[in-house]
Design a protein. Structure first.
Length: 176
């Protein structure tokens, strides 16, 4: 089951479906699994982020942003249509700008879970790496999930995805 840290975030989640249905489906699946196996919820804390928020709350965080570059590259649609050299372009985009600017990421709260549950959630989400077109986050060793703290915010699961609809985690990565 999915919960939202604010009413505005629930509206953002509705907006996520047309922008990135694959990510919305992954969040839904995670919510079902966490409910079924841990009897707990998944609490969304952040989805879309404007450049202003990004600079205010995260400017001193792990990702240094060049605003002009981010704005210049703010339409990844053309990149997606161009199948040539896509990975290099994604890598450049991720290096320069948060995927939250482009409906490619969502954050969930970590404080609901035990260490073992946390380990299983990370494994579940890493199961989507083989079908995720986004580049690997070096600090996470995953294309899909990073448990970290950034800027003025506390620790959270950062979940990012661009890929096929109805994805299933790779065998061996499902929740036990
Ligand atoms: Zn994030």
């Amino acid at each position: 089951m999915l919960q939202f840290s604010s009413a505005a975030l629930a509206l953002e989640y509705a907006g996520l479906w047309p922008h990135n249905p694959g990510l919305a489906q992954i969040l839904e699946q995670l919510g079902h699994h966490v409910r079924r196996h841990f009897r707990k919820s998944v609490m969304l804390t952040c989805i879309q982020r404007t450049l202003g928020t990004q600079l205010t709350a995260y400017g001193r965080g792990s990702k240094q942003i060049d605003p002009r570059s981010a704005l210049h590259q703010a339409d990844p649609g053309a990149w997606l249509a161009d199948t040539a050299d896509r990975s290099a372009r994604w890598a450049l985009l991720q290096q320069r700008a948060s995927p939250h600017l482009f409906w490619l990421a969502a954050d969930i709260a970590p404080w609901l879970y035990t260490p073992e549950e946390t380990r299983q959630i990370l494994a579940f989400l890493r199961g989507f790496d083989p079908v995720n077109a986004l580049p690997v986050i070096p600090a996470a060793g995953s294309r899909t999930v990073w448990l970290h703290a950034a800027g003025s915010r506390g620790p959270h699961f950062h979940i990012q995805y661009h890929g096929p609809l109805r994805p299933l985690p790779a065998a061996g990565h499902r929740l036990a």
